[in-house]
Ligand binder design. Structure first.
Ligand SMILES: NC(=O)c1ccc[n+]([C@@H]2O[C@H](COP(=O)([O-])OP(=O)(O)OC[C@H]3O[C@@H](n4cnc5c(N)ncnc54)[C@H](O)[C@@H]3O)[C@@H](O)[C@H]2O)c1
Length: 354
């Protein structure tokens, strides 16, 4: 039996809910449907042990983590059998809340706990940051507290953390992995967009223009609209065009927030290409995904791969993990297949040739 992976989650929102439910849902090992990797380096998803949970919402702080996740729009798919007896503690609000999210979050008035001490007392190995998009100060604060406490740090938000050379060097010097930035979904518009464009290029089609614009109903879409629309647009567009080396206008981003969509996201994909004799090919596709669950399986892989990095004594930016699971990694992979291969080699201890 492999040892447990001791994880502390910052931000008990929809993505945290999906991960926590996934640990329970797949615990028996009899159903692996929806998982990218049932086991990774011998670790099963249920080897992830939640030892700490941090939020600032009055609706969540003080509750057991399996009760706190019920406050999110994402539905509850599993029965918890007292497996998550971890109370959510009060973090530092900093820039975690904006006017538009204040009512739904309802920030608590409690004094924030000493975070580095909390990580130490819970024996946290990995800190997983699931804060809202645009909470730059808060994400940076938790990264520095993780560093102080000697924990690896995973940043799923678009805030520049793993792509910040100064911070990455500090983690390297401390012998700790730092992974990010901006989580890549298991099967969302970014992956679909890249796959279709890659196929068209491979079939000799000249891509002329393309966009992927989404509308979502979660707090995350609200944060994107009000705080990180431009950054997200830059990251998503670069993630598609950069990976494929296309010299045509490619636009990808979030265009609006529609509350009744809840945790769902609708993305409209538009592609125009020219084939033989300049003949036109036009594609107009819509994909609907559920935000939280769409990140769950990738999160499970990244957490287990980060544990492998810890076991190997790897420190600083772990490019193979970031390129596999994130939209804005320090080093872009050529394509998703190369990213998966590099991750598999990393897990086996095979170094990537530069
Ligand atoms: N599929 C995915 O879920 C996916 C994909 C890509 C990126 N991400 C990233 O994951 C992050 C989380 O997404 P989400 O949908 O769970 O967001 P969410 O808005 O549902 O949850 C965020 C949580 O953070 C809490 N919070 C706010 N400020 C805080 C602070 N200072 N300290 C502690 N907690 C604080 C909020 O109360 C809330 O519970 C986002 O940055 C998003 O960009 C998620």
């Amino acid at each position: 039996m492999p040892e447990k992976i001791k994880l502390c989650i910052i931000g008990i929102g929809n993505a945290a809910s999906a991960l926590i439910q996934g640990i329970e849902y797949y615990r028996s090992g009899s159903n692996n449907g929806g998982l990218l990797r049932p086991t990774l380096a011998g670790y099963h998803i249920s080897d992830i042990q939640i030892v700490g949970a941090v939020d600032i919402s009055d609706k969540k702080v003080g509750k057991n983590v399996s009760e706190a996740i019920c406050e999110n729009p994402l539905e509850i798919f599993v029965d918890f059998h007292n497996n998550f007896n971890v109370p959510v503690v009060m973090g530092s609000i900093l820039d975690g809340v904006i006017n538009e999210t204040e009512k739904s979050i309802n920030p608590g008035k409690q004094t924030p706990i000493n975070m580095a001490e909390y990580f130490k007392s819970t024996e946290t190995e990995i800190v997983l940051c699931l804060l809202p998009s645009g909470a730059d100060k808060a994400v940076r604060y938790y990264a520095n507290e993780a560093l102080k406490a000697g924990c690896a740090f995973i940043n799923t938000t678009p805030v520049k953390i793993a792509t910040d050379e100064e911070l990455t060097k500090k983690f390297y010097d401390a012998g700790l992995p730092i992974i990010g930035d901006d989580l890549q979904d298991q099967f969302g518009a970014t992956i679909l967009h890249k796959m279709i464009l890659q196929q068209m290029i491979d079939r000799g089609i000249d891509i002329k223009e393309s966009y992927a614009l989404d509308v979502g109903g979660g707090a995350e879409s609200l944060n994107t609209i009000y705080r990180t629309r431009e950054t997200k647009r830059e990251i998503k567009s670069k993630s598609v065009a950069g990976a494929l080396n296309i010299d045509a206008p490619i636009v990808a981003g979030t265009s609006d927030w529609v509350e009744f969509l809840g945790n769902n996201r609708n993305t409209m994909l538009w592609i125009v290409g020219k084939g033989f004799l300049g003949s036109q090919i036009i594609m107009d596709i819509k994909i609907q995904t559920e935000d939280g669950p769409n990140g769950g399986s990738v999160l499970a892989d990244i957490i287990r791969a980060t544990k492998v990095a810890i076991n190997q004594g790897a420190a600083g930016s772990i490019d193979e993990i970031s390129a596999y699971g994130f939209k804005n990694p320090p080093k872009y992979p050529k394509n998703p297949a190369e990213a998966s291969k590099d991750l598999a080699n990393f897990i086996l201890g095979i170094k990537k040739e530069e």
